[in-house]
Design a binder for this molecule. Structure first.
Ligand code: SF4
Ligand code: SF4
Length: 1903
């Protein structure tokens, strides 16, 4: 922009009157009226229709009494409109405008081009799709010497548009801008909505002809231009005021702002929301010309005023050549500030003066009194309500119309609505509780590997289908929150609105709003529920009704609409609040009613940050999440939290505010007002019908769920809560959306896939592989280097991540163990980015966004910053490191292009890569990036990321890489840019098929992150953010790092296995080379799915073959090189001059030369050569002295090496020319621009003059002296030193965590400008500091020419000496309190803790590091000496309970709890949850969790061999968590407390089920079937129920009272037990089959394995089970002769090991055996896991069970003889057994790898024996029932059922337990019984309310 401030008005006008006169009068004989009495403009038309269109335009002009004259330019027409005699200038101007608007609205027809560039009495727009050079040639006017103008506004853009067009070039009718308006969609929607309330006395009815104010399909600048013009032409605003309204300053928190100005902003905020985004906006109406910078100042804007009265402003210096002595002033626009030139008055008006003028133009301060707040409403209610937030308002637990929910259903908190609204346990535990207790959202890590909502089978809410968009190349930080009438006529009416502190309302607030009549306001409540009886088809009519009712209420004059789902309950189903809002918001906009009402949501559904964001983004004004508050109330009454109402509300709101701010910041939006309705989301998997009705304008690329699908799922959720049949739900449902859990949502990283990746186990293909960016900092150095070595070995690339890399990793590496990362990342933090780091890279990757938290900054907490990390990152160990939000340094594609160029200069041999995140529009961004000369682009998916982030970030930002890759590939091909770019896909890619799909969709290369980590041992604990990774990968804890066992070979093997799989797949589609695969979408098709939901997805857009869109284009990525033009760079000349120095022939070189602003990145390539040769050390100081004169281009001295006198070691001195005029104040003039010294790592800089915004951001080592800085100085600084001898801007030192700033503060304003959150201000008084500062000042003085301007420094020195005027800023020292390690005492004598005890234990117990601190308690039995003398249970109950919480503290609550996996607990017991609850002393809830999956924990807690413990993650390198004891204690405690009571079902179905067998499977099945309401009869052939539990397991392991207690309970619940009935013998199985609706066989495997060897018939040889059963019966008091079957005084030999063998030992011992020996045929197991027995399989290791220990105590030796084969029983001569002859065997593997047993010669031995017990297992069920029912059997003689099913070959007959699956564990039998019951229930009722394995209830509605 430029303008001339001299001359007479007539001679300087923007329309070049002289030229026009010459051309028109001279050339065409057309006379031209006086300026102002005609309008001219340029139209874009098309060849075919232009005449027709021109005629139509003439007609339209005639209607306005205007006459058009026309020139002869084909297709582009310049028209002239003359003013009629009878109207004044102003009226003429308006008519011309109306004429143009109407023409634009009416004349555009399909296929017919019509666009008016401008039509104005004062300005003319020349624009086109032209390069800057072409422009001047194309528009001959501009080259004509007669063309003159007093001002010009020029805009050229770096076109990122996919298909740029003439029309979409900048509008320039009133404005041009450099940047982005991120809130556009909302602004445009709201403008449309305002049309309903706008009125204009001036335009009257004609106003509607101007609608839509913003024409459709405009670019963002086009839309801004329309609105701005409208405010000026119809809204009574001057151009500067209209600009102030649309682009306000950050006024809300600026205490320094003039109050009148603030009042103006406050008033104008009521009229219109800001058009927000990073932008420098320039504007002119022909008289005024000016510019304004966005509130965050994210764009540079520099201006000069010259002595010859010219003002030039541009986004950089040097665009206008003038002699330095001609310059009067050099300045820059500050954030939110405006510069205005009035060309008529020839005045430059400064911001403050101008804005005050405007602020005082109306009584704004008075008008804003009309605003009111919640306090006013409360006051109006005169004390009948308090303003204290309430958590209940009479609706607790959904008591609606007398319907009480609490306590009826055994759900968490007893509230049925939780399930209906989709609450899960994770919602409470992982999201809400952290929010209300810590005021923050909880963090997660390791990305999102759960399915998208459109693939989930667990009824996700619609919010989950929306993904947050974020700015890929713009991301300003934002200021905190704050939260219509006719805007055309400014008045107090605009303020007649309620001002809310934030958008979240308490229950009380809402009640007040509903009841208010304050100032005539009234509220209308729209019920957004509908009758359940209407079924799924009721949804759409309900939406229509909601929209229509809302519209009527608006028309009827209500001011507030409350959309309420309060009535949701058993009879009424809530419409999803988001859909209800969306449909209402859009309907009201269409009907032009939206601005008349505020919309408040009263919803039980929304509770999470993401959900609130979506609601706000689709137009909600405020939200009352009532169910959150009510649930917290319930949790408090249950003792889970202890907070008061006020705290709960405050904490939740504050966490919500932070969360929402973060999401807004990702998009670069600063105010909530602008975010509202901005619709910054992309939908994944939603059909067009829903989008069109509720979310108009939202991208949804793959179609998906319909209204019917969502209605079905809502009904399913409703059925879970209010279904006719009670669900078997003890706890709130938890399908595991965040952490994997058994039976729940699928996760890519489930235990099976993790275990598969960890088994041990194509060279061109692997070269296409790279590891994703994981910083050394986020993972341990061991893990990081292992990855690098592996990737180097296979010729692939590893990535440093953003943490830098120590020089010792890239210099002189052994090729076999090369730790150098080929890809070096450059992120916004610039951690460790030195010249040497850059010089030693193959790829330099700019991180624009990241997988873990797209759009957010990162933070490495102090406890993770070890010495190594601090050194690498140039900071201090123990001090946290904050990365600025990504792209803090990059605000536009131009900035990105600059960084690409800088990096290329910093390493001309490296490939420059840019990492983007998948989202809609990434293709366009990628095109821009390609045009910006990137050579490589990584598209990262939403699911990747290893770092920590808030769950909102992990779950709701970014999209699948598949969408991003296909869009990017297609867009690059369409733009013929594909050949310049190598494209990489990244994000949870793990198998060959993923690689192939990535290739087919367009990827050349593949990045891996999570998979290699898993291969190295990661178990997806998701604890990276806690620094407690138990396998030493994502931790910096030296103790844990020692546990790292990963090897490069693991990764190498994995990559080759993957490559082999890729090869096979390539061969299967006939492709030889990977390149041939790229983009071949024709080879890919969507698989048919069994899920109707999945089948709704439409992949056509993704599967478009880009080559069909633009045939013949080169798509070989990287085959065309980007041209950086480095050969002509000034550095090449310098390099020639310094060659002698680099050759070592001289020590110093001085170069004198000039520079101009086209020389960018000066000194950077020179530094590359120095760094390559001399490494980090560089050259000795001042080796190369370069003296430059002129204005340098951008990135001057970026990454400068040491020894060169910008910055990574060099020295830069910048000062103005020496012969400055006397009145030139350097401290008031800008000498260096924005973002100077960003991320500098070392070196020094001296600037004589001011630096603009963001000086020294992320400086980690440079020393700088400057005379003043703009806003955001020293932000995020981590090291180095800055001396500022003048003014500073606002927000100084925000996020600063290291280094020192010395600031001269003569005006005492600095404390207010400094952000003191992380720093403290100290006076400069320490002598060391004084000496240091003085030395710096002297250097500054010397280097910049102090004789020219010495006084300031002298004054500074004087002041410093007086120790008064300066303050010193040092980052707050981290207070590290060294506390002694707590001693853990077993003080927990009883589990019934008092509150005090609870608090005390919480203090001393550490759950986070419990697994490191506390050892596993191993002594769980009573002493062996004592216990062998009685038959009581062997457990030491007291001791176990005492240490229980310590043991529970060892559980890490794993993200993927292997204890629940298929190798772990067969029931899927929710172990981490109950462990956590026990740790927190919440026994009752722990019980609920336990009973959700396990019917009989009192059995499993005693007899289970605990495979869960074998699979526990802790077991990888420690002793596992003590799970079984905790389980047993929970249930025993529950019985003791009387919590376990009979719970008969509420409803009986009338169906009868017979269960045969009362062992664990039979009992579990009966229990479940009874819960489902069926009448169950259990048949047991013995005299007591319990089967094996009763008679097979001895009392010392399982007391029979425990068994009987359960059986009695079951009887009380209505189950019938028929004992002494041997089905198949006493009664016929067929009769049962007929009599009952279903027959379930749980017969067990009772057919014992025999030992048919010589003398088997001898007396004294018995099956173990007979022995145990006889004794049990005897103990139970049965009349039975046990004398032949007792071990008393006998030599006992037990053949066979296992639990039964051990029970025989324990029983024999107690009976008084003389000796006990057991034979085991297998060899003694090893003490630790063998190679063939890896974790998490059941550990086959040597264990000493209770019996073995007891024998050892009594007889002095372990009874087990291993590798012993029994050959023969020996006869005592009377037919009784007298001994056993046995041999030792040896086990070897044959050629095929099978184990083979050989007898060892000469090893024969005879063992004495009176009693031999055969404990060799069982062969299957007994046959009589099987035979009677003629059932199919499998080859192992078990009852045959289809895979994973329980139904047999016989109608109505089912089988479960050992009779079906073979001999197994009690816990497996219980699981079989539970799952068989679910199948029987489904068979009987068509659907089941019983849970799946893992306890998850899944209801699927029929039809
Ligand atoms: S039932 Fe067995 S496997 Fe399951 S948690 Fe309990 S002890 Fe572990
Ligand atoms: S018991 Fe072990 S595997 Fe299970 S959650 Fe706890 S630490 Fe993880």
């Amino acid at each position: 922009m430029s303008c001339r401030l001299v001359g007479e008005r007539e001679s300087v006008q923007q329309l070049s009157q002289s030229l026009l006169l010459l051309l028109l009068t001279g050339g065409h004989g057309v006379s031209l009226p006086e300026p102002g009495r005609y309008a001219t403009g340029i139209f874009f038309l098309d060849k075919t229709h232009h005449q027709e269109t021109e005629q139509l335009f003439d007609d339209l002009a005639a209607e306005h009494n205007l006459k058009v004259a026309r020139g002869s330019e084909p297709f582009m027409r310049q028209v002239f409109i003359a003013a009629p005699e009878d109207i004044d200038d102003a009226t003429f101007r308006k008519k011309v405008w109306v004429n143009r608007k109407q023409a634009t609205h009416n004349l555009l027809r399909p296929g017919c081009r019509f666009y008016i560039c401008s039509l104005s009495t004062t300005t003319v727009v020349y624009k086109g799709q032209l390069t800057s050079d072409q422009f001047w040639v194309y528009f001959g006017d501009l080259n004509n010497p007669n063309f003159s103008t007093y001002m010009a506004l020029v805009h050229t853009r770096f076109s990122t548009n996919t298909f740029p067009s003439w029309e979409r070039a900048h509008p320039l009718r009133l404005m041009a801008h450099n940047g982005e308006i991120n809130t556009l969609r909302g602004n445009v929607n709201l403008m449309k909505a305002r049309e309903g309330v706008m009125k204009s006395a001036e335009y009257g009815d004609e106003l509607t002809k101007l609608y839509p104010v913003v024409e459709p399909n405009l670019s963002d600048s086009g839309a801004v231009d329309c609105c701005l013009e409208f405010l000026v032409m119809a809204g009574g605003r001057s151009l500067p005021e209209a600009i102030m309204t649309m682009v306000p300053e950050a006024w809300q928190n600026d205490d320094l702002m003039n109050s009148e100005k603030r009042d103006f902003y406050r008033w104008s905020a009521c009229a219109m929301e800001p058009w927000d985004g990073p932008a420098l906006m320039t504007f002119t109406d022909g008289r005024y010309i000016g510019a304004i910078l966005d509130r965050n100042g994210l764009r540079p804007s520099r201006y000069y005023v010259t002595k010859d009265r010219v003002l030039v402003m541009a986004s950089e210096v040097g665009v206008y050549d003038t002699e330095p002595e001609n310059i009067l002033q050099k300045g820059r626009l500050k954030p939110g500030r405006m510069l205005l030139v009035d060309t008529l008055e020839k005045l430059v008006t400064k911001d403050e003066e101008l804005k005050l003028q405007i602020a005082r133009s109306r009584p704004h301060s008075q008008w804003i009194q009309e605003q009111f707040t919640m306090e006013d409403l409360y006051a109006a209610h005169e004390g009948d309500l308090t303003s204290e937030p309430s958590l209940t308002n009479g609706h607790v637990n959904g008591a609606i119309n007398g319907e009480e929910n609490g306590g009826i259903m055994r759900t968490f908190g007893g509230d049925r609505r939780l399930c209906m609204f989709g609450y899960t346990l994770e919602t409470l535990n992982m999201l809400l509780l952290p929010m209300v207790t810590t005021q923050k959202e909880a963090l997660g890590s390791m990305g999102n590997d759960a399915p998208l909502a459109c693939l989930s089978q667990f009824q996700p809410l619609i919010y989950d289908y929306f993904k947050q968009l974020f700015a890929q190349v713009t991301n300003p930080p934002i200021d905190p929150f704050r939260p219509e009438a006719n805007i055309l006529e400014p008045s107090a009416k605009q303020c007649h609105r309620i001002f809310l502190e934030n958008p979240m309302l308490s229950l009380q607030d809402l009640e007040v709003i509903k009841a208010t009549k304050y100032r005539g306001w009234s509220t209308y409540v729209v019920d957004i529920t509908y009758p359940v009886s209407e079924g799924t088809s009721g949804l759409v009519p309900a939406l229509d009704r909601i929209a229509a009712e809302s519209c009527k209420a608006a028309e009827d004059g209500y001011q507030i609409l409350v959309l309420s789902d309060r009535k949701g309950g058993s009879d009424r189903l809530p419409v999803n609040a988001l859909m209800a809002l969306g449909v209402t918001h859009h309907y009201l906009i269409e009907e032009r009613q939206r601005m008349k009402v505020g919309i408040i949501l009263e919803t039980g559904e929304a509770r999470e940050v993401h959900q609130m964001c979506v609601l706000l983004g689709y137009g909600a004004d405020a939200i009352c999440p009532y169910l959150v508050f009510e649930t917290m109330n319930s949790l408090r009454s249950e003792g889970v939290i202890t907070l008061a109402n006020k705290e709960i509300f405050k904490n939740y709101i504050s966490a919500m505010e932070r969360g929402i701010s973060k999401v807004m910041a990702k998009m670069g939006i600063s105010t909530l007002q602008s975010y509202k309705g901005a619709q910054i989301f992309e939908a994944v998997g939603i059909s067009e019908e829903i989008i069109n009705k509720c979310f108009k304008g939202t991208a949804s690329r793959i179609g998906g769920v319909t209204f019917e699908t969502l209605a079905n799922e809502a009904f399913e959720r409703h059925a879970l809560s209010y279904g006719d049949r009670e669900c078997d739900t003890m706890v709130l449902r938890n399908p595991g959306f965040y952490h994997w859990r058994s039976g729940g949502e699928k996760h890519m990283n489930d235990p099976v896939s993790i275990a598969n990746l960890q088994v041990e186990s194509a060279s061109e293909i692997v070269k296409r592989f790279a590891t994703g960016a994981m910083s050394f900092g986020s993972i341990s150095i061991e893990a990081h280097t292992t990855l690098a070595i592996a990737m180097n070995r296979v010729g692939a690339k590893s990535n440093t991540g953003e943490g830098g890399e120590n020089a010792d990793r890239y210099i002189d590496q052994d090729p076999e163990f090369n730790k150098r990362s080929a890809i070096k990342q450059v992120a916004s933090g610039r951690f460790g980015v030195t010249a040497a780091y850059l010089a030693n890279a193959d790829d330099l990757q700019i991180k624009m966004a990241q997988g873990a938290k797209p759009g957010e900054g990162g933070e490495l907490p102090g406890y993770k910053v070890s010495e190594d990390i601090a050194n690498t990152r140039h900071s201090v160990a123990g001090v946290g490191l904050i990365s600025p939000p990504p792209h803090h340094d990059i605000y536009s594609i131009e900035d990105l292009a600059e960084l690409i160029y800088d990096l290329k200069c910093a390493n001309p041999n490296a490939r420059i890569s840019v990492k983007l995140v998948s989202e809609v529009g990434v293709g366009v961004v990628a095109s821009g990036v390609a045009k910006g000369k990137a050579e490589h682009i990584t598209i990262s998916g939403h699911d990747g990321g290893t770092g920590a982030s808030s769950w909102t970030g992990i779950k709701s930002a970014g999209l699948p890489w598949e969408l991003g890759i296909s869009e990017t590939h297609q867009t690059l091909v369409l733009n013929n840019l594909r050949s310049r770019i190598v494209l990489q896909a990244d994000g949870q890619i793990r198998c060959g098929m993923d690689v192939i799909i990535a290739g087919l969709l367009g990827a050349d290369e593949i990045g891996f992150s999570t998979a290699p980590l898993i291969v190295m041992g990661c178990t997806m604990m998701r604890k990276c953010h806690l620094n407690t990774c138990p396998v030493g990968i994502a931790t910096q804890d030296p103790v844990l790092r020692k546990k790292f066992e990963g090897k490069p070979e693991h990764v190498v093997n994995y990559l080759f296995m993957l490559a082999e799989e890729v090869r096979e797949l390539m061969a299967s589609v006939g492709v030889r080379k990977f390149q041939e695969l790229v983009g071949r979408t024709d080879l890919l098709r969507a698989r048919d799915s069994c899920s109707t939901k999945v089948n709704l997805l439409d992949f056509n857009l993704i599967l478009k073959n880009a080559l069909h869109m633009r045939p013949g284009v080169n798509i070989v990525g990287g085959s065309v090189k980007q041209d950086f033009g480095l050969e002509t760079h000034l550095d090449q000349e310098i390099l020639k001059e310094v060659e002698p120095l680099l050759n070592g022939t001289t020590d110093t070189v001085t170069v004198n030369t000039t520079i101009h602003n086209e020389v960018r990145a000066f000194g950077t390539t020179l530094s590359y050569h120095i760094a390559l040769k001399y490494g980090e050390e560089g050259l000795p100081d001042n080796s190369i002295q370069i003296n430059l004169a002129g204005s340098a281009g951008q990135s001057f001295c970026a990454f400068l090496a040491k020894g060169v006198t910008g910055l990574s070691g060099g020295e830069v001195v910048i000062y103005p020319q020496k012969d400055l005029p006397e009145d030139y104040k350097t401290e008031a003039n800008i000498i260096v621009g924005n973002v100077c010294l960003y991320g500098a790592t070392s070196g020094s800089a001296f600037f004589r003059g001011m630096a603009a915004e963001r000086f020294c951001v992320r400086n980690s080592g440079a020393v700088a002296v400057v005379e003043g800085v703009g806003d955001h100085g020293c932000e995020y600084m981590t090291g180095g030193c800055v001396l500022i001898l003048g003014q500073t801007g606002r927000n100084f030192a925000a996020g600063m965590s290291g280094g020192i700033a010395y600031v001269l503060d003569p005006s005492s304003e600095f404390p207010r400008k400094c952000n003191q959150q992380t720093v403290e201000l100290l006076p400069l008084e320490l002598s060391d500091d004084l000496v240091f500062v003085e030395d710096l000042l002297r250097q500054f003085h010397d280097k910049t020419g102090s004789q020219v301007f010495p006084y300031e420094y002298q004054r500074a020195l004087r002041q410093l000496a007086e120790k008064e005027a300066a303050v010193q800023v040092t980052p707050e020292k981290a207070k590290v309190e060294v506390k002694p390690e707590p001693t853990v005492c077993d003080i927990e004598e009883s589990v019934t803790d008092t509150a005090m005890e609870k608090k005390r234990l919480e203090k001393i117990l550490d759950k986070t590091r419990g697994f490191v601190k506390y050892k596993r308690e191993t002594a769980m039995y009573r002493s062996a000496e004592k216990r062998q003398k009685d038959w009581d249970e062997i457990y030491n109950v007291d001791s176990v309970r005492r240490g229980l919480r310590v043991q529970a503290a060892r559980c890490m609550d794993c993200g993927v709890p292997f204890c629940q996996s298929s190798h772990g607990c067969p029931l899927g017991n929710i172990i981490p949850k109950w462990n956590d609850l026990i740790f927190n002393n919440n026994w009752k809830e722990a019980l609920g969790q336990l009973l959700q999956t396990n019917n009989f924990p009192e059995f499993t807690g005693r007899v289970c061999p605990a495979p869960c413990e074998g699979a526990c993650v802790l077991g990888i390198n420690e002793l596992p968590v003590t799970i079984k004891n905790i389980e047993c204690s929970i249930i025993d405690h529950a019985f003791e407390q009387g919590w376990i009571k009979p719970e008969p079902p509420v409803l009986r179905t009338g169906k009868k089920v017979a269960v045969v067998g009362s062992g664990p499977a039979g009992l579990a099945a009966a229990h479940q079937l009874n819960k489902a309401g069926h009448l169950v009869t259990v048949f047991e052939r013995n005299d007591r129920a319990g089967g094996l539990l009763q008679y097979g397991i001895p009392t010392m392991k399982l007391s029979k009272e425990v068994v009987q207690r359960r059986v009695n309970l079951m009887k009380d619940e209505g189950i019938m037990f028929k004992t002494n009935v041997n089905v198949g013998k006493d009664i016929s199985a067929k009769d049962l089959q007929e009599e009952y609706d279903a027959l379930l066989l749980c017969l067990g495997a009772t057919w014992p394995r025999d030992l048919p060897i010589a003398n088997r018939q001898l007396e004294g040889i018995h099956f173990a089970m007979a022995f145990l059963e006889t004794w049990q019966k005897k103990q139970m008091g049965n009349t039975i002769d046990h004398t032949t079957l007792t071990a008393k005084d006998k030599d006992v030999i037990v053949i066979g090991g296992g639990d039964t063998g051990c029970d025989c030992i324990g029983t024999s011992l107690r009976q008084g055996a003389k000796s006990i020996t057991t034979f085991e045929i297998l060899p003694q197991p090893p003490p630790s896991r063998g190679r063939d027995n890896p974790w998490p399989t059941f550990p086959r290791v040597f264990k000493v069970d209770y019996g073995h220990e007891e024998v050892k105590v009594k007889f002095g030796r372990d009874p087990r003889e291993y590798s012993t084969l029994t050959k023969e029983f020996l006869d005592d001569g009377t037919g009784k057994v007298a001994g056993v002859r046995a041999v030792t065997v040896e086990w070897t593997k044959d050629e095929s790898g099978r184990w083979k047993m050989n007898e060892v010669e000469g090893s024969e031995k005879v063992y004495k024996a009176d009693l031999v017990l055969l404990a060799m297992g069982f062969l299957g069920p007994e046959r009589y029932i099987v035979n009677e029912l003629e059932m199919e059997q499998d080859p192992r003689s078990n009852i045959c059922t289809p895979d994973g099913k329980y139904v047999t070959s016989v109608d109505k007959v089912f089988a479960a337990g050992d009779c079906r699956r073979g001999q197994s564990l009690v816990v497996w039998a219980i699981n079989e019984g539970r799952q068989a019951a679910r199948e029987v229930d489904t068979y009987l009722m068509d659907t089941s309310t019983l849970p799946l394995s893992g306890g998850v209830v899944q209801i699927t509605q029929k039809g």
